[in-house]
Design a protein around this ligand. Structure first.
Ligand code: ATP
Length: 592
């Protein structure tokens, strides 16, 4: 498939505001791919060179891109800089300057998607002496042979800014339509994706072996599994009833979720975050512990990594644990602030996939392979059928400085990538406040007014994720809780991802001063969930044609700005918001 064709599809996608149309365009795009290309085409469309867990990053710097554009078009670097000042997007600058280059028309642009992909891979992986010049050369050679439209997408991709606004669910649906003829297969594709976390692999297997092949995708060492998530219910009694009378109740630690893959035979360990990024280089003490303290040859287990003082047996707050997530001074930090992992699940053991094994057996095996009182420990746990005993355990955990508990259904499978009632969390709630925080996606921001004019930032417009429709629905405007430092941080970060119109997957009647790409997540606490015609979260159309959605009362930002461990599609969903609304109503009725 020629890259020229892919670029035309990308250009079409940019002009579309409906998700269904997006699916149709993507379906046609995927149908055009040859077998050997589909994987690369999917990654390219995601703006990536490999699934995120492989950590292959492309992100050519602005200055280098300007040089490459100049070298490719014969314009000066100053011309490129001036055009960039006007367009604010080097993709558009490349397009403009390439279009102005008369020579270009004499060249035929016949490179394939694979050729562009391979060159991008070279750009991303070149390192060492002379690598900057090498990267500029590769990029300028591509641009020199591009049409204006190709130049736009090549430049954006090389800078790590392709941003077509296409979500995973949209890609899965388009793959189902392209290769099975109907969207029905989407769920089975999603299950496979939840197991291997690699859309390219799912697409490739589907195209080669059909849906049967996709069903055979199993857990593999060093390919992370998308994490299981917890629902919420407010009382021990309701949780036990929902779980059929008896459940395991585990301590809920407030640290970093880690998925540890260990192969002792090959002496290899990889640690993945909740977002499935590789954390391995950041935590040498955990790598060492996985090799020394796991009593198995090969295993994949999950646990919460947290700062924990062995002498006082005190847990440290999340804000301190998160400081360990950095790339510099790693060795020193690993001895000054060593982490512990409290393991809570087992996904694979010595060649066997454990996802379909009931929790009680997974846990039993986990207890056989992790016995330690060292760096690796087991999460605290009781098994009970008594709401009283449940509550006592919960109170004990709270007084020990933990967040609450997570109940687990003894007979449930591990449900990868989904929030289900096989895990139910219960946190401490305070009167007059929602019992849980919400993780919201930023979809826009406001200019500062009054005292805030100098910061150029006056608040956020935020959304929940509707995972059924794969769109972001506005739920609140947030104006409080920001420190001066945070306001500057938000202004700087959000200015880089401004959009001149409402992005395709955003649903909102509120108009912020600036729209942004739905990329960053913040944690928000609120007093109450209300119904409001101003917001579109879970909106239902009324008889008079207007619609009423859910909104937050007195929303404020909690702790430390942007939540880097969550992607926009991992934010609170519309379904969760509505469940929280229903629970709030029930507890109000109970109080009265
Ligand atoms: P929160 O912000 O409340 O942690 P979340 O959306 O990140 O919520 P949930 O699905 O609500 O995730 O809760 C599960 C999270 O709790 C896991 O991602 C994990 O990081 C953490 N956790 C701590 N202890 C446990 C445990 N014993 N079992 C499972 N998860 C645990």
């Amino acid at each position: 498939m020629l890259f020229k064709d892919a670029a035309e599809f990308y250009s079409k996608l940019e002009g579309i505001s409906s998700r269904l149309e997006m699916i149709d365009v993507l379906t046609d795009l995927f149908k055009k791919a040859e077998r050997g290309e589909i994987k690369q085409l999917i990654y390219f469309t995601q703006g990536m060179l490999a699934p995120p867990f492989e950590g292959v990053e492309i992100g050519v710097a602005e200055k280098m891109t300007e040089e490459a554009i100049a070298a490719a078009t014969g314009f000066t670097k100053e011309n490129a800089v001036m055009s960039f000042r006007k367009t604010g997007d080097l993709g558009l600058t490349a397009e403009e300057l390439v279009a102005k280059t008369r020579l270009r028309r004499m060249l035929s642009n016949k490179f394939t998607i694979s050729e562009v992909f391979e060159t991008m891979l070279k750009i991303a992986t070149r390192s060492g002496v002379g690598s900057q010049e090498g990267k500029i050369k590769h990029l300028s050679e591509l641009l020199a042979a591009s049409s204006p439209t190709e130049a736009r997408y090549i430049t954006r991709f090389a800078m790590g800014q392709l941003r077509l606004g296409v979500g995973d669910a949209t890609i899965l649906e388009a793959l189902a339509k392209a290769f099975t003829g109907s969207r029905e297969a989407k769920e089975r594709l999603e299950e496979a994706y939840n197991i291997c976390s690699d859309l390219g692999r799912v697409g490739e297997v589907l195209m080669r072996d059909g849906i049967k092949g996709v069903e055979h995708i199993k857990v593999t060492l060093f390919s992370p599994v998308r994490p299981a998530l917890a629902e919420r219910l407010p009382t021990a009694k309701e949780i036990l009833e929902k779980m059929g009378g008896t459940a395991a109740v585990e301590s809920k630690y407030d640290g970093l979720r880690t998925q540890v893959h260990v192969d002792k035979t090959a002496k290899r360990v990889e640690i993945f975050s909740r977002r499935l990024e590789k954390l391995t280089p950041m935590f040498p003490e955990l790598v060492k512990a996985a090799l020394e303290e796991v009593h198995a040859k090969k295993a994949i287990f999950e646990g919460e990594a947290i700062l924990f003082d062995e002498v006082s047996e005190q847990f440290r707050p999340f804000q301190e644990t998160i400081q360990r997530k950095r790339k510099h001074g790693v060795e020193a930090m690993s001895t000054e602030m060593p982490l512990h992992i409290f393991a809570f699940d087992l996904l694979y053991l010595d060649g066997e996939d454990y996802l379909d094994v009931p929790y009680k057996e997974r846990r039993k095996k986990l207890e056989e392979i992790i016995k330690g009182s060292g760096t690796l420990r087991l999460s605290g746990k009781i098994v009970t059928n008594s709401p009283k005993e449940f509550e006592k355990y919960f109170e004990q955990e709270i007084s020990d400085g933990l967040e609450g508990v997570i109940a687990k259904d003894l007979n449930a499978k591990y449900i990868a990538g989904a929030r289900k009632f096989s895990w139910i969390k219960m946190k401490r709630s305070y009167k007059g406040e929602l019992s849980d925080t919400l993780d919201l996606v930023i979809i826009g921001f406001y200019r500062g007014r009054g005292q805030r004019t100098e910061f150029g930032f006056g608040g956020l417009l935020a959304a929940v994720y509707n995972d059924k429709k794969d769109v972001f629905e506005s739920v609140t405007r947030i104006g409080t809780g920001f420190s001066e430092e945070m306001m500057k941080q938000f202004r700087d970060i959000l200015s880089k991802i401004k959009k001149d119109k409402k992005p395709a997957r955003v649903v909102s009647v509120m108009e912020p001063d600036f729209w942004v790409e739905p990329k960053y997540v913040v944690t928000v606490r609120a007093d109450e969930i209300t119904k409001s015609p101003m917001h579109m979260a879970g909106a239902e159309t009324q008889d008079d044609g207007s619609s009423i959605g859910y909104a937050l009362r007195f929303p404020r930002i909690v702790s430390g700005g942007i939540r880097e461990d969550k992607s926009s599609e991992e934010s609170t969903t519309t379904k969760e918001l509505i469940e929280m609304f229903t629970q709030q109503r029930k507890s109000k009725l109970a109080e009265n």
